[in-house]
Design a protein around this ligand. Structure first.
Ligand code: ZN
Length: 130
């Protein structure tokens, strides 16, 4: 175990990008096997090779840059998905709508009839069925 630890000293290790590539590789392997797409198998070998290369790399700065680029796309996507999930979860209790002036997303408790809404962002007042 000590030998492995010494081997990994100064190497980058795993990060979110490597984990995502690994999962993508697993999914591609599954799809490739299910449909006998050999081209996909070749792509998965490349993906797994990149995973190993990134983990063993000693150019930590370059790997961090790659990971940051990846997270720039990944984090907003996760935020968007979480937001949509929350809306889906609470749509029985809340009605979601947009401000007619600034398109800010707003919500109000359901079943209160027609209510007067003031947009928190731009201050526009409008009537909304809840
Ligand atoms: Zn507004």
């Amino acid at each position: 175990m000590n030998g492995f630890r010494n081997f990994m000293v100064g190497r980058y290790g795993t990060d979110q990008l490597t984990a995502a590539l690994f999962i993508a590789g697993m999914v591609f392997t599954f799809i490739g096997n299910a449909f006998n797409w050999y081209a996909l198998t070749v792509i998965t070998y490349i993906i797994f090779f990149v995973c190993i290369y990134r983990t063993m790399s000693k150019n930590i700065l370059a790997r961090q840059k790659e990971n940051n680029k990846f997270l720039n796309y990944w984090n907003p996507a996760v935020r968007w998905l979480k937001k949509k999930h929350n809306i889906l979860k609470s749509r029985k209790d809340y009605k979601y709508f947009k401000c007619p002036n600034c398109k800010q997303e707003l919500r109000a408790p359901r079943g209160k009839g027609k209510i007067a809404v003031t947009c928190q962002k731009c201050g526009t007042k409008f009537m909304q069925k809840s």
